[in-house]
Design a protein around this ligand. Structure first.
Ligand code: GUN
Length: 299
């Protein structure tokens, strides 16, 4: 069993982006700039946005964090995005999800300039991704692809079962694993809350992506020998032994599943770290006018 180590891969990716950013700077070009918007004070979202902004600083990007109160009207958020769209210094815009219920996520995502859509959630980016055209790929699925590639995990002809169909992870990773490229060329089954024979489908899977947000959901009796297991879960569960009062748990019962696997991602230390590395790559590409530009990374 081989651990797919998010620390190792994300460090390598971030080093590469950092080197490219230093080169940009020394040739007198602009510094990549990510603007993140956080609406409200959800603990998880606060932590994720803080680590995204911190990572920007570590690799030499400029960053802006805009914090807005949970009670703001939708129009305030719309104005903030329009301002960032028009700001030539800002290369990437990220609005942390979920948003408060009174704000339409669909409307907000649609408003972000497609050239600054480093989350890859805009219909323009999603459409291009579906067609296999170069574009921003949502950070978590992109990070998973980077991990598979780093460890040269074979995907061609494999049966991949994706548990979860969110726009952020499940749906995009199912499309990406099905593409006619590497990593890809999988036969993909997408499971969700209405799937009847989930266990049987998982037992047929060569690759399982667990992205449903239920701690410990994927148990050893659902996994065949030598499967590749990617755990996307990052749920906070109460834990009195931790200073913070909680522990981060994945969707996989790691202790019992890992011995059966050929490859598996840990939580923490797996996919979560890759999400940030992929976001930084997207922001770099946005800065260098990405896919029209010769020096874009991973394009
Ligand atoms: N909420 C959970 N994951 C993500 C993500 O990748 N991007 C944004 N903007 N919000 C999220």
């Amino acid at each position: 069993m081989q651990i797919l180590d998010g620390k190792i891969v994300s460090t390598a990716v971030k080093e590469r982006v950092k080197e490219q950013t230093t080169l940009l700077r020394s040739s007198g070009k602009k510094t990549p700039h990510l603007a993140a918007i956080l609406v409200g004070t959800d603990g998880g979202s606060e932590t994720y946005v803080a680590s995204k902004v911190k990572s920007c600083e570590e690799i030499g990007f400029a960053s802006t964090l805009l914090r807005l109160d949970a009670t703001i009207p939708e129009s305030t958020l719309i104005e903030a995005i329009e301002k960032l769209n028009a700001d030539d210094d800002v290369d990437g815009i990220l609005v942390q999800l979920p948003l408060p219920k009174h704000i339409s996520e669909e409307k907000i995502i649609n408003l972000i300039h497609p050239g600054k859509d480093v989350d890859g959630f805009h219909p323009n980016s999603v459409g291009k991704m579906v067609q296999g055209l170069p574009t921003f790929i949502p950070a978590t699925p992109y990070g998973i692809l980077m991990m598979l590639e780093h460890y040269q995990v074979e995907t061609k002809g494999k049966h991949a079962v994706v548990i979860g169909r969110s726009n952020i992870v499940g749906r995009p990773i199912s499309i990406l694993l099905n593409r006619n490229t590497y990593p890809g060329n999988c036969t993909v089954t997408v499971c969700h809350s209405h799937t009847h024979n989930l266990k049987e489908l998982c037992l047929q899977a060569d690759i399982i992506v667990a992205a449903l947000g239920k701690p410990g959901f994927l148990t050893a009796d659902m996994v065949k020998e030598n499967a590749v297991v990617i755990d996307v879960g990052i749920t906070r569960v109460p834990d009195v032994t931790k200073k913070s009062g909680f522990a981060i748990k994945g969707d996989v019962d790691f202790e019992h599943v890992a011995p059966k696997c050929s490859f598996i991602t840990p939580v923490p230390g797996g996919v979560g770290l890759m999400t940030i590395a992929a976001l930084l790559t997207n922001t770099y590409n946005a800065c260098v006018s990405k896919f029209e530009h010769q020096t874009a990374l991973n394009s």
